[in-house]
Each structure stands twice: as C-alpha cells, then as structure tokens.
Design a protein around this ligand. Structure first.
Ligand SMILES: Nc1ccn([C@@H]2O[C@H](COP(=O)(O)O)[C@@H](O)[C@H]2O)c(=O)n1
Ligand SMILES: C[C@@]1(CO)OP(=O)(O)OP(=O)(O)OC[C@H]1O
Length: 179
C-alpha cells in the first residue's frame, strides 16, 4: 500500500496530537447496585454491570478522556461531576458528544482510535464488530479507523471492567499557527 492509498482524511492534517484515556468500574449484580453492562454504546448481556454514577460505559468514558487529553482539556469528571444529580444514570454518549465537540471547536478531529477492554467475563468477541461500528458512528469515523481489543485480566481483576484508549487527532483547518 502506498502512502497515497492509506486510509484517513482526503487531505493531510496540518497538525497532530495524541490522546490517552482510561477508566475502570466495579462490576456488581443489579441487586448490589450494578447497572446494565454497556460498552461503547452497546448493551452487553451480563449478570453483572458497572457500578457508576452515569450508565457506566467505561469504553465511552475512556474515549472521551482520550479526546480531551489530546488537547489538554482536562477530563470528563470536570465537565460531568459525579456529585451532580443531573448526571445520575446519564447516557454516556452525551459525554462523548461533549468531548468531541470541544475538540472540533479547536479545529481537530479524531483520525483513528484504539480501544482495549479488560474484562474476564463475559466474552466480548461476538460484539467486537458492533462495538467498533458504534464507536465509529459516534466519532464520525470510517469503521476501519476504530480498533477494538479485548483482554482477560487472567483472574487478577475479576470484579472490574477496565478500559484504555489511544486516539490520534488531526487538525484539518488552519489555525493561528498556520497563517
Ligand atoms: N472479555 C473478553 C476477554 C477476552 N476475549 C478474547 O479472548 C482472547 C484471549 O484473551 P486473553 O486475555 O486471554 O489474551 C482474545 O482473542 C480476546 O479477544 C474476549 O472475547 N472477551
Ligand atoms: C461519568 C461520571 C459522571 O456521571 O461518573 P461515573 O459514571 O461514575 O464515571 P467515572 O468514569 O467514574 O467518571 C466520570 C464521572 O464524572
């Protein structure tokens, strides 16, 4: 594959930034406060779900933090404090939309995203394509620009879901530094 046929935007970005985000939520049964398990905006059949203030979507939280970190914009807890009643049970897609909007206001867009979910059970492989499609749609990216990996903790963290995300951001519009 030549560089001109690589996937990505149809023009070269003027600047690049790398972002990184993580999240972790304890898993519990519904009677112990666990919410339905949702990852990347996709409902995951599971006996246990995240204990969280919001819907507990650890994948979307890590993607949103990765976007914010790439432009040094802080983290989602600053925009959506877990002490605020208005965010209780919220759909984490709202968090991602806000983070993406802040990045776009500065002329940047995500170019590709890599997500790792560490979870012992259930197996997520059958949902890989659906989670990748969901993330791609939320980020306005082609599906091929979203990598989704799953790991078990090998029994080291059986009661948590953990996520890690890297994102490459590109600035497609000229800013003050380019004119
Ligand atoms: N919740 C999970 C965790 C892992 N997988 C898949 O299992 C394979 C082996 O994972 P290891 O952590 O033992 O290396 C790997 O292919 C994962 O994609 C899964 O589907 N769901
Ligand atoms: C999303 C927020 C806000 O509802 O709460 P949680 O759902 O608990 O999630 P977390 O990843 O711990 O941090 C960000 C919070 O501010």
């Amino acid at each position: 594959m030549t560089s001109s046929s690589l996937p990505g935007p149809d023009r070269a970005p003027l600047a690049y930034r790398i972002g990184y985000g993580e999240d972790a939520h304890r898993l519990a049964r519904p009677e112990d406060g666990g919410r339905p398990l949702v990852l990347g905006g996709v409902q995951v059949p599971s006996e246990r779900g995240a204990v969280a203030h919001s819907d507990g979507d650890a994948a979307l939280h890590a993607v949103a933090d990765a976007l914010l970190s790439g432009l040094a914009l802080g983290d989602i807890g600053q925009y959506f404090p877990d002490t605020a009643a208005e965010w209780r049970g919220m759909d984490s897609r709202v968090i991602l939309e806000r983070a993406l909007g802040l990045v776009q206001e500065r002329g940047y867009a995500p170019l590709n995203v890599a997500l790792v979910v560490t979870l012992d059970r259930p197996k997520l492989g059958p949902l890989r394509a659906e989670i990748a499609r969901s993330l791609a749609a939320l980020l306005a990216l082609p599906g091929g620009e979203v990598g989704v990996s799953f790991k078990t903790s090998e029994g080291l963290a059986p009661d948590h879901v953990q996520t890690r995300v890297t994102v490459l951001l590109g600035r497609l519009e000229p800013g003050d530094a380019d004119v």
